[in-house]
Design a binder for this molecule. Structure first.
Ligand SMILES: CC(C)(COP(=O)(O)OP(=O)(O)OC[C@H]1O[C@@H](n2cnc3c(N)ncnc32)[C@H](O)[C@@H]1OP(=O)(O)O)[C@@H](O)C(=O)NCCC(=O)NCCS
Length: 274
C-alpha cells in the first residue's frame, strides 16, 4: 500500500492520488509489468524494452507496487534520499502533464517512467540525466561506441535559467563518479526539439532556451518531429487546430508560425563535455 506521504513525495496531486486509489487495476497486467521492472532494475546500458499495459493506469499501479524495489536500489547505491525522491517525483509531474493534455487521470508517457523505475535516470537539480552507452549505430563525436554517456532531459518544472543549468551540470560532474564509479561519464548528450537550429536562430539570443541550446555542439542528423514542438509548448497533439492555440509568447508564435509557413520542427542532436 502506498502511503499518503509516499504519494506526496512522488509528486501526485490530491486528485491524481484519489483517482489512483479508486482505479480497479488488472492484477495480471500490473504484475507482469512489475515483474519486468524488477528484472530490469539496475541493468544499465540500453533503455529497457518492456511490454507495457494497454491502459497506462495499470502501469501507474505497477510503479507504485515496485516503489520499494527502486527505493532499495537507490539506497544500496548510496544515492541521497532527496535525489531519489526528486527522480521518482517525475511520475507525479507526468500525471500532471497528462491531466493538462487530456483533462483526466492517465499517463500517456508511461513508457518514459520505466527508465526511472529501472535505475537509469536521476534528477540533479533542474535537469535529469540518463546513464547509457553510445550505440554503435549512433556515434557521438569524441566518444567510442559503448562508452558511457549521460543523456540530458528537461522536465517542465519552471524556467531553465543559466544558473540552474550550471548548478545541475556541476551536480552531474560529482554524482556519476561517486555513485556509478564503474560507468565513467565524460560527455552529456541531448536529443531534443530545444536544439532545432531554427529555434536557436529565431528566439532571442539572451533567452534561457537559446542560452541552454548553445551549450551543446550539434552532431548527427536531425529527425522530423513536428509533434514535439506542439506537445512541449502547448501540451496538445496534432495540427488540426493551429488557429485555436494561444499566441501569447514568442515561443508560441514561433512554433505555430513555422508550421503555417510550411516548415517542420525537428529534434536535433548535441553533446557537451562535462
Ligand atoms: C524548456 C523550458 C523549461 C524553457 O522555459 P523558460 O526558461 O521559461 O524559457 P525562456 O525564458 O527561454 O522563454 C523564451 C520565450 O519562450 C516562451 N516560452 C518558453 N517555454 C514556453 C512554454 N512551454 N509555453 C509557452 N511559452 C513558452 C517564454 O514565455 C518566452 O517568450 P516571451 O519572451 O514572449 O515571454 C520550457 O519551455 C518547458 O518547460 N518546456 C517543456 C519541456 C521540454 O520541452 N523538454 C524537452 C523535451 S525534449
Amino acid at each position: 500500500m502506498t502511503t499518503t506521504e509516499e504519494y506526496r513525495l512522488l509528486g501526485f496531486s490530491d486528485q491524481d492520488r484519489d483517482d489512483a486509489e479508486a482505479f480497479q487495476a488488472d492484477r495480471a497486467v500490473v504484475d507482469d509489468l512489475a515483474d519486468q521492472l524488477r528484472a530490469a532494475l539496475g541493468k544499465l546500458g540500453q533503455e529497457p524494452q518492456l511490454r507495457m499495459p494497454d491502459d497506462p493506469r495499470n502501469s501507474v499501479q505497477a510503479f507504485l507496487d515496485t516503489l520499494p524495489d527502486v527505493r532499495r536500489f537507490h539506497a544500496e547505491r548510496g544515492i541521497p534520499d532527496d535525489v531519489s525522491w526528486a527522480t521518482l517525483a517525475d511520475l507525479g509531474q507526468q500525471l500532471t502533464v497528462n491531466r493538462r493534455t487530456h483533462g483526466e487521470y492517465g499517463l500517456e508517457t508511461h513508457w518514459w517512467m520505466t527508465v526511472h523505475w529501472t535505475g537509469q535516470i536521476y534528477a540533479l537539480g533542474r535537469l535529469q540525466y540518463l546513464l547509457h552507452q553510445v550505440p554503435a549505430d549512433k556515434p557521438v563525436p569524441g566518444t567510442e561506441p559503448g562508452e558511457w554517456v549521460t543523456g540530458v532531459h528537461i522536465p517542465e518544472t519552471g524556467p531553465l535559467t543559466p544558473e540552474a543549468v550550471d548548478d545541475s551540470l556541476a551536480q552531474a560532474r560529482e554524482f556519476f563518479p561517486r555513485y556509478f564509479p564503474e560507468y565513467p561519464v565524460r560527455t552529456a548528450t541531448l536529443w531534443s526539439w530545444l536544439i532545432d537550429p531554427y529555434l536557436l536562430d529565431n528566439l532571442p539570443p539572451e533567452s534561457n532556451m537559446v542560452r541552454f541550446g548553445r551549450r551543446f555542439t550539434p552532431y548527427g542528423e536531425a529527425n522530423d518531429s513536428q509533434d514535439s514542438a506542439i506537445f512541449f509548448t502547448f501540451r496538445t497533439h496534432g495540427l488540426e487546430r493551429l488557429d485555436e492555440l494561444p499566441q501569447d509568447t514568442s515561443l508560441q508564435r514561433l512554433v505555430v508560425g513555422r508550421i503555417k509557413a510550411g516548415g517542420t520542427w525537428q529534434s536535433a542532436y548535441g553533446y557537451l563535455r562535462l
